[in-house]
Design a protein around this ligand. Structure first.
Ligand SMILES: C[S@@+](CC[C@H](N)C(=O)[O-])C[C@H]1O[C@@H](n2cnc3c(N)ncnc32)[C@H](O)[C@@H]1O
Length: 309
């Protein structure tokens, strides 16, 4: 009989969906990615509770160091940590970052990824600083709560700004598809005729921050993947600046799925307001699902459509 290891006695964790051929995720591992609805919160995980952790590391430096620091905090001393990422999406920096936390790292390279393995040192260095830099904060410039890693977390996206300026005063029941920090919702809810606004995002950090930014009983926050359906029906309006990246790669089908879900949720005569980069091919899908599609504004590489169901 082999000796009992930490992995046998303490739960395992995983962050994201690391390719199985690059890193083995133990069966039953607890999922901690904020981009997977229903997963646990790594920032609330009891310290030293996990026996092993596999992290598909995020691209942004501050977000990645924060995530690694959270993983180290959640691991028991000597718990096994594997951190990997594509080489050109932060992977080439992981070994150095782990060493700065005091880890003794073994690095391998496979299929354009860097894969770093280590165990948690008894006293990791610099955790508090990485946790403070990567955690939620009130951004003075934005006047909003934000969290590194959320879409456009430290500046207002120019497309969203253009849509904010263009939106008429809306009324009735509506939805903000991919609400982010709540920038569009903030504008939508200035109209007293809005009765209810469902704010949906796949990023739990965005939903958390939007909850702090929007203090309005008409707003309902949901952490969900819009592709799986929203259950919304008979809406008067929907608003979106749809995502066009999934896991770092351009994915035009994501925005098209958002448009389909909006068409399902709107009543006949209900209106969709959409902003997108001019090059994105949304017009055909809009025209196939809506009675009237009007390009309203085109500026700085963005296009705004009003589509009536
Ligand atoms: C271009 S951003 C717009 C954010 C916000 N509305 C704004 O204007 O700043 C798109 C948002 O959609 C979210 N998102 C991406 N894929 C999603 C999905 N499958 N379901 C729900 N939200 C998603 C992203 O997390 C992001 O917050």
């Amino acid at each position: 009989m082999g000796s009992i290891t930490l992995q046998d006695t303490q739960p395992s964790g995983v962050y994201g969906t690391p390719p199985a051929e690059l890193a083995e995720t133990p069966e039953g591992a607890l999922q901690f990615s904020p981009l997977i609805p229903g997963s646990r919160r790594l920032e609330e995980q009891e310290e030293g509770a996990l026996g092993t952790m596999v992290v598909l590391a995020p691209h942004g430096t501050v977000e990645r160091r924060y995530t690694i620091a959270l993983a180290l905090r959640a691991l028991a001393p000597d718990g096994a940590l594997t951190v990997l990422a594509p080489k050109d999406k932060g992977g080439s920096r992981i070994a150095k970052e782990l060493k700065a936390f005091g880890c003794d790292v073994a690095e391998t390279s496979r299929r354009h990824h860097r894969i770093c393995a280590c165990t948690r040192p008894a006293l990791p260095a610099g955790l508090d600083q990485a946790l403070a830099e990567g955690g939620p904060r009130l951004d003075d410039g934005l006047g909003l709560w934000t969290w590194p890693g959320i879409f456009s977390w430290n500046r207002i996206d120019p497309g969203s700004a253009l849509l904010e300026q263009t939106l008429p005063a809306l009324s009735g029941r509506g939805a903000d598809f991919g609400c982010g920090l709540g920038i569009l919702a903030r504008t939508i809810l200035t109209s007293p005729k809005v009765e209810h606004l469902a704010m949906i995002d796949i990023d739990r950090r965005a939903v958390d921050m939007a909850g702090r930014n929007i203090d309005d009983p008409r707003a309902e926050l949901r952490w969900a993947d819009i592709r799986s359906g929203t259950g919304l029906k008979g809406l008067d309006f929907a608003v979106m600046n749809p995502p066009f990246h999934d896991g770092g790669a351009e994915d035009q089908s994501l925005g098209q799925a958002f448009i389909r879900r909006a068409a399902e949720a709107l009543r006949p005569g209900g209106v969709l307001w959409l902003v997108a980069n001019r090059h994105l091919p949304y017009e055909a899908v809009l025209k196939s699902l809506f009675k009237r599609v009007t390009p309203k504004v085109e500026a700085s590489g963005y296009k705004i459509y009003e589509a009536v169901k």
